[in-house]
Write a new protein. Structure first.
Length: 433
């Protein structure tokens, strides 16, 4: 493999004028204040509660004039720990694993407090869970093995972090299924909702970053780069990428990747997909680009950029964006295009980022929603009563906290490491080598 040049950050900024930067900082501050005021009503989780709010306030505290946010962030984390019984599952996004990730991340990146190890007992619990019986839970980022691996990466270079990653690799290897011309990871039918089970009665192969194979590949590349059984992790990575390339569809459909492929089919039916982090070309492209840089593979880099450029060529109106969330809205697209432009200097990504920034700013309506933002949730047919598709949402993945972090990352000097839990940034592996 040929080495890929390191990513550079000497690029134009998406928010160019001083007036726009001031407005952005004002919005971030208003979101942070709203989260602090609402702290007693928040649950503990990373993606919808106190741990995610602590992430925003902690990173905001690194800016001059906002140092007081540091104490608030510490208080929010303490409240999350007190409410941990409300997040009883070992999941990165909605469970206690995400709280532990937030503690580790903020202690290292913001608080710089590593005298004690508050997660030592957590690692013991996770290792015991990984070592017992056959893994019957999800493999994905949101609620499964990949999320455990993201936590393990954050714990490096601690020996327990390395052991967690080794056990996660064992489980991913055991769950890998041969698929010509490589291998893949299957979501079994018992994990599917009724409507998907009708279309994929034997299970499916998920092509999205949030729940699928692109997240596995990024994690495997990070493991190999960190020296976690590099021969095994590299073999799985090469096999998984070989299969994923067979799923590329005609870009005339509007996207290279569909959402998922039924197990009984060799390729997913041609399907238009929205521009988003969770599913579709954009999130997958960023994960694949970092995978390419970790693995030093220029062909994978070219493939990743093809997906990203197709996503950037679609207008906001054609993107499928319904709100401003990180998961599937304009803030997430803004942040990824910001990263892509900083990585490549491609003006196409700069223009796309500015378009999504405008959508975020236009969506801000002071006095409505949470901190002026409303978020979209499709109606649930299982729940009776009036449909409220747009609603206030404070959370990180689908709410105002995520908007605040995406906006904060537009400002010069911001530490972007908060987005490692999204698998769209290259892990900090220097201490692990």
């Amino acid at each position: 493999m040929t080495a890929v040049p390191p990513l550079t950050t000497k690029r134009q900024t998406i928010a160019t004028s001083s007036a726009r930067q001031a407005r952005i900082l004002g919005l971030v501050e208003s979101i942070a204040e709203a989260l602090w005021e609402a702290r007693d009503q928040l649950g503990p989780s990373l993606t919808s509660g106190l741990s995610g709010a602590a992430l925003l306030l902690g990173h905001l505290s690194l800016r001059d004039g906002f140092e007081d946010m540091r104490t608030r962030a510490q208080d929010l984390l303490g409240m999350a720990v007190e409410k941990v019984v409300q997040a009883p599952l070992p999941m990165l996004y909605g469970g206690y694993l995400g709280i532990a990730w937030s503690i580790e991340h903020l202690n290292r990146q913001v608080f710089l407090d590593m005298d004690e190890d508050p997660n030592a007992s957590m690692d013991d619990i996770l290792l015991e869970h990984l070592e017992t019986g056959r893994w019957t839970e999800e493999y994905d980022l949101i609620s499964g093995l990949v999320g455990w691996g993201v936590y393990g990466l954050e714990r490096l270079p601690r020996p327990s972090g390395r052991r967690i990653l080794e056990k996660v690799l064992d489980r991913l290897e055991a769950k890998a299924t041969p698929r010509e011309p490589g291998l893949a990871w299957v979501t079994p039918p018992e994990r599917l909702p009724a409507w998907q089970l009708e279309q994929a009665p034997h299970g499916y192969l998920n092509l999205g970053l949030a729940h699928g194979i692109p997240g596995v590949l990024h994690l495997l590349a990070a493991m190999a780069a960190a020296g976690i059984s590099p021969n095994r992790s590299g073999r799985l990575l090469t096999g998984g990428m070989a299969w994923l390339k067979t799923q590329l569809q005609d870009p005339e459909n509007g996207a290279y990747l569909a959402g998922w492929c039924p197990v009984e089919m060799d390729q997913a039916p041609p399907t238009p997909n929205r521009v988003a982090w969770c599913y579709g070309d954009l999130g997958a492209s960023m994960a694949m680009l970092n995978t390419a840089h970790l693995a030093g593979n220029v062909r994978w880099e070219a493939l990743a950029l093809s997906l990203a450029r197709l996503a950037a060529s679609r207008s906001v109106e054609d993107s499928g964006v319904m709100d401003v969330s990180l998961c599937h809205g304009s803030a997430g697209n803004l942040h990824i295009f910001n990263r892509l432009h900083r990585a490549t200097g491609d003006p196409l990504f700069l223009a796309a980022g500015r378009a999504y920034l405008q959508h975020v700013l236009d969506s801000h309506k002071p006095g409505t929603g949470f901190a002026g933002f409303l978020h979209f949730s499709p109606p649930d047919p299982a729940k009776p009563g009036p449909v409220q598709e747009y609603h206030p949402e404070p959370g990180l993945l689908e709410g105002a906290t995520g908007v605040g972090l995406a906006l904060l990352s537009l400002l010069e000097g911001t530490d972007w490491s908060w987005d490692r839990f999204l698998l769209i940034s290259t892990p900090s592996l220097v201490p692990a080598r």
